[in-house]
Design a protein around this ligand. Structure first.
Ligand code: ADP
Length: 342
């Protein structure tokens, strides 16, 4: 934004300056001609009057130009984004068919530009068939842990092993296909309902049955059946489509994750926009869908997941400070007990 504003300010000052210089020059010429008697006083007034009309027209034209220039600056940003190189893809050649086990060994992670470690000496192993609740205060590192697990960052120290293979050697596409994740800041696409769900598994975009099944699972079919164009209905406000509540958009994000035949399902703090009944439904649905897989819930409210009886991993200040079931955590993990009161 700063870069764009600087460029815009330069352009704006430049145009105004040119406009003022030209006007001054013309006025000077008119007055000069009047002074040497080349034109009469009446002509002088008429010229200066018409000058101000021309000035406002030219000003309008230049303002339009400056708006176009402004848009070009934003489009430029978009092309810069498209031109970004995808790093390190070539050495990541191992394809995985199924995720059976994920292990973090002596893992430390610092965000670029941060001074201290965001994650400190993480050692943990997650296995197929486990339902896991990751709990901890806001900022304790839960989301960062998940982002690393998904392979978003590879500048970590230590090891992340998927089925015993170092993550940095695994083809990112084959890894992503095996994971279904709903982040807090899930996306809502101003596109059709089909696309909103189908982006979870692009190969199945034209599979109406699968998309409708996904809508059934997230309990939205009754609502979307009323849409005139069915699953091809435009969604969102931008293009005058159907608008949904925040909670319903969240369900769509869930449906998108379910489109994938994933081995790891992650739900990051999904409850902020849901009423308690929908919240419970979504948790139970996630539990059912992750049966026999690795199912991970992230929350800062222990109450949300207690009923599901998961294996609980407690994060505090970038470290794992507890690992076990609810009863074990109540007996020996102070940070967990503190979270019970939230
Ligand atoms: P949680 O999910 O437990 O709320 P996060 O993993 O989001 O915690 O954040 C852990 C810490 O890392 C916080 O101090 C946060 O400010 C910092 N952090 C998160 N994302 C970034 C980022 N992209 N760049 C720099 N610091 C970040």
């Amino acid at each position: 934004d700063l870069e764009i504003n600087k460029k815009r300010a330069k352009w704006f000052i430049g145009i105004n300056l040119i406009e003022e210089i030209i006007s001054l020059f013309i006025i000077f010429k008119i007055v000069e001609m009047a002074a040497i008697g080349k034109i009469l006083v009446g002509d002088t007034v008429a010229y200066i009057d018409s000058l101000s009309t021309i000035q406002s027209n030219v000003g309008g034209f230049l303002r339009n130009l400056s708006e176009i220039y402004n848009d070009i600056l934003y489009v430029e940003q978009f092309y810069k984004l498209l031109d970004l190189e995808i790093k390190g893809y070539e050495d990541r050649t191992i394809e995985i068919e199924e995720i059976k086990e994920i292990e973090f060994k002596n893992l430390n992670y610092t965000y670029e530009g941060s001074e201290s470690n965001t994650l400190n000496n993480i050692n943990i192993r997650l296995e197929k068939g486990e339902l896991i609740g990751i709990v901890g205060e806001n900022g304790s590192g839960k989301t960062t842990f998940i982002k690393l697990l998904c392979g978003f960052y590879d500048n970590y120290q230590g090891e992340i092993l998927i089925n015993g293979i170092e993550l940095k050697e695994i083809n990112p596409d084959s890894l992503r296909k095996r994971m279904g994740i709903i982040f807090q800041d899930f996306n809502k696409y101003e596109m059709t309902l089909r696309e909103n769900i189908g982006f979870g598994n692009i190969e199945e975009m034209d599979n109406d049955k699968k998309i409708i099944k996904s809508l059934e699972e997230i309990n939205l079919k009754d609502k979307t059946d009323k849409f005139k164009e069915g699953i091809d209905t435009q969604m969102g406000k931008w293009f005058a489509g159907e608008e949904l509540s925040k909670g319903q958009w969240q369900r769509i994000a869930l449906g998108r994750a379910f489109m994938r035949d994933a081995d790891v399902l992650v739900l990051d703090e999904p409850t902020s926009s849901l009423d308690p009944i929908s919240e419970k439904e979504i948790f139970l649905l996630m539990k059912e869908k992750s049966n026999g897989k690795i199912g991970i819930f992230i929350t800062h409210r222990v109450e949300n997941i207690r009923e599901l009886n998961p294996r609980i991993i407690v994060f505090s200040d970038g470290k794992i400070v507890g690992d076990g079931n609810h009863q074990e955590m109540v007996e020996k993990c102070e940070e967990y007990i503190k979270l019970l009161d939230i």
